[in-house]
Design a protein around this ligand. Structure first.
Ligand SMILES: *Cc1c(COP(=O)(O)O)cnc(C)c1O
Length: 486
């Protein structure tokens, strides 16, 4: 399997060659030259597989340069009932992503697929846990090491730390804004005592952390000398790992491949739902892919109007579903590449326009950049939006009607999914976090605390290990140099 850049760079690297990297050299994102296809017979066989075996079958179509026995071992090491044990009461952890029927009335069925049962209680563990094992494997093969430097305001950083803790050849330096994360999220990250994990609390806001990471990434000499890497949401292996649970959700919700399902996905950077698009392009019988956004509705606007208009910082809201608070969607370019018939020259021009003019317009109106909005429907996409008031209503509704407490992001998904139910097509909502992570809003909605999974009861009381630093790239660089010995 060869990979191509959405902006047309001439190199065609393999899976292992793009595994540890981010953007293509021309600033594009990687995609397979062609999507591997899945036959009916394969789908039938896959219906019986464990999650780990299914992950192996999907992965081997994309990671063709990793020996199959190794890939299988990595999948089995990653997807265990012990790692994904934080289920809602009564759910079977061995399912890894258990399904729960929320309603089934008049031929309209709504199902929740739990993706948040991993160590940090959010769906990012689904991909990041695999990435940790893949990175360790690839680095050992090369006799290489990697120092991951990242910035986080919550979910991504903790998922990365829990995936990389104790891994050979890897260190993580995670920057977060000092005293700006929730007590729970801070405790999750700072209570890690592994010697290869470094929490750096920056005296500033999240943007300051991100600026420091950018400054380090732009210092090519330093980056090479200190073997610096990142793990952001555009990493291709993360997207592939996410493709697996779309197959799993479909196969667990159906009994024959004649049946179709739709997915509603609480979305921010378009990473999660991009994996759904890829599963659909591989031949999985998905009817609709419904994008659910919060007040930061860049994606909802595109899928309603054909206009992609990124937001300025002042227009980016801090909401009660904070992991979807984005101003632009970093994985969106992958879908646009397919939508434009893989015309990399046009993709390059459009995303250049995003930088210079703040967006593009595919409505086909005079002066627009193209008319491909009319083709969006062929790819199954639909969208909707949810606000803080909707979130509170949905959390209450889910408790009363379905007897389950859902987190704020999942509530956005359920709200939008219910607007898109269709006769005879099961709607699967992806649960992207457990409510314990966003307890402030649960308390506002329900007047009580969210349940915490076993082992998290006293997490705030655990000893914390972190370093406070000024918002200054030089200090961070020194710290990294000191602790890598490079
Ligand atoms: C990251 C995240 C999202 C958004 O996922 P994208 O891949 O960025 O679209 C939604 N919900 C939760 C809880 C998250 O952590």
């Amino acid at each position: 399997m060869q990979y191509v850049s959405t902006r047309g760079h001439s190199a065609t690297p393999s899976f292992s060659e793009i595994l540890l990297g981010g953007l293509a050299p021309d600033g594009g994102l990687y995609l397979p030259r062609e999507y591997p296809q899945v036959s009916n017979a394969e789908l039938d066989q896959w219906r019986k597989l464990s999650y780990a075996d299914l992950a192996f079958e999907v992965l081997k179509k994309f990671a063709t340069d990793i020996p199959e026995a190794d890939l299988k071992a990595l999948a089995h090491k990653t997807y265990t009932a012990d790692t994904y044990r934080n289920t809602h009461a009564g759910e079977d952890a061995s399912q890894i992503t258990p399904l729960r029927t929320l309603e089934d009335k008049d031929g309209k069925k709504l199902v929740l697929q739990g993706l948040s049962n991993g160590p940090t209680l959010a769906f990012k563990d689904m991909a990041m846990q695999l990435l940790g094992n893949l990175f360790e494997y690839a680095l050992a093969k090369k006799g290489a090491e990697l120092n991951i430097v990242g910035a986080t305001s919550g979910d991504t950083g903790s998922a990365a730390e829990y995936a990389m803790r104790g891994k050979q050849g890897i260190r993580v330096f995670m920057l977060s804004p000092h005293k700006k994360m929730s007590a729970f999220q801070t405790a999750q990250m700072f209570s890690l005592q592994d010697p290869n994990i470094f929490n750096i609390a920056i005296e500033g806001v999240f943007d300051d952390c991100q600026d420091i990471v950018k400054a380090i990434s732009n210092d090519l000499e330093y980056k090479a000398a200190k073997k610096i890497g990142t793990v952001n949401s555009i990493n291709w292996a993360r997207v592939v790992a996410q493709v697996v649970y779309y197959f799993r959700g479909y196969l667990a919700a159906t009994t024959s491949n004649e049946q179709k399902v739709s997915f509603t996905v609480p979305s921010g950077n378009f990473g999660n739902i991009c994996a759904g698009h890829i599963a659909r392009m591989m031949g999985l019988p998905i009817d609709k892919l419904v994008v659910a956004t919060n007040e930061n509705d860049v994606l909802d606007e595109f899928f309603r109007t054909g206009v992609y208009r990124v937001r300025k910082s002042a227009e980016t809201y801090h909401t009660s579903s904070p992991s979807m608070d984005i101003s632009k969607a970093s994985n969106f370019e992958r879908f646009i590449y397919d939508l434009l018939g893989r015309d990399s020259d046009r993709v390059k021009a459009l995303f250049h326009k995003v930088e210079t003019a703040g967006g593009f317009d595919l409505t086909g109106k005079p002066g627009s950049d193209g008319n491909e909005f009319t083709s969006v429907i062929k790819y199954g996409f639909a969208s909707g939006k949810s606000t803080h008031a909707d979130r509170l209503d949905t959390i209450r509704f889910a408790e009363e009607r379905y007897g389950i407490t859902v987190d704020t992001h999942t509530a956005d998904g359920i709200k939008v999914a219910r607007e898109n139910l269709a006769q005879g097509v099961t709607m699967i909502v992806l649960e992207t976090a457990l409510p314990a992570k966003f307890n402030e809003t649960i308390r506002e909605a329900l007047g009580r605390d969210a349940d915490r999974p076993a082992g998290f009861e006293n997490i705030e009381a655990l000893p914390q290990r972190f370093e406070v630093m000024p918002a200054d790239a030089a200090s961070v660089k020194n710290f990294v140099a000191q602790h890598t010995g490079l």
